[in-house]
Design a protein around this ligand. Sequence first.
Ligand SMILES: Cc1ncc(COP(=O)(O)O)c(C=O)c1O
Length: 398
Amino acid sequence: MPANSPTSRKLDWPLMKNNITRDDLDAVIKFLSEGDPILTQSNQVRAFEKAWSEWLGVKYSVFVNSGSSANQITMGALREVAGTGEVIVPPLTWVSDIAAVLQNGFTPVFVDIDPKTLGMDHRQVLEKITPNTKAVFMTHILGYNALSPELLAELQARGVPLIEDVCESHGATMNGKKLGSLSLMSNFSFYYAHHLSTIEGGMVCTDDRRLYEILRMFRSHGMVRECSDDSYKTPYYEQHPDLNPDFIFAFPAYNVRSTEINAVLGLNQLPRLDANNELRTRNLKLFLNNLDSSKYFTDFVTEGSSNYAFTLVIKEADEGLRDRVMQKLRELKVEFRRGTSGGGNQLRQPYLKRLVGEHEAMKYPAVEHVHFFGFYIGNYPVLDPELILELCNVLNSL
Ligand SMILES: Cc1ncc(COP(=O)(O)O)c(C=O)c1O
């Protein structure tokens, strides 16, 4: 084979590799083998929440069993403090963001994305704000920062809370500040394929004391005894003398707690998160810089990004190239997902289509393009840069 000709060998490139290491597993074994460990939510969970808050730069974090649960109790808490109304969301996000909006009685209001960040288009966000807007629920897609200082300032000026879904973007920044530390509440996922993994897991973060207490209750059946501060419990005790103080349910909530074992994994992983993210950023830049920009979209705003996946978006609506890309990736054993995050345009999904009708999806052309012509491919710290170049070479030849 000539030196520059594209490879035909199998690249064996999964979406994620080695995200829970031998060292992480040894940390769990050590924890389990010492004394008589508590396994349900206890000291390890508290320690992980504290370490995560320090890493992120927020006052409070609430560890839950998934990113979807983080979305769910965030919207539950918002409903408790703001009442129901409209929440501005992107159609390119995960199902649980929109499910949480719907299940908590809010009306989702959709805006298209900016192709350079895959996040919501700022002009359209501002246009869709009404007196009934309760929040802008932004998703930072696959590590790209979807926020700007201008949008943040404008939302503040208009008194519209920002909520960030950072499930796919741990460590990404805006002007050097970590995403997830700039909003009323933020959500993270620690599912296996993400930057940090506790097998399953999620976090809700906030600087707001009252929301923190509400979130703690929402995590555990809505129980008042979960408040960390007596001043939040006392009014319930006083107003409900007929109830056992141990069993006062303030909200119709859930059990979305995690366990000590998951927290041990999180604590063991956190010290290497930043270094891992640097390798991921190096990989992403190598990928984008070596793709043929006449065939693939390469103008993503990478400043402050922190990606666990490469975004591969075909530039024109070229179905032939799209099909050749899929065929080649399958041939080379490179795992991929079409539609990028969450399978593409949520408005095409049955759960939403039945609410908004057949034609709503088409009103968001930038999301539609990603839905049909966008992919993601795994990006992890141990990915060999030579493999990245080899793949770019193949993709460019199609
Ligand atoms: C943007 C976004 N939000 C929420 C979630 C849900 O997280 P989990 O899979 O931990 O429930 C995901 C899932 O990966 C996601 O990508």
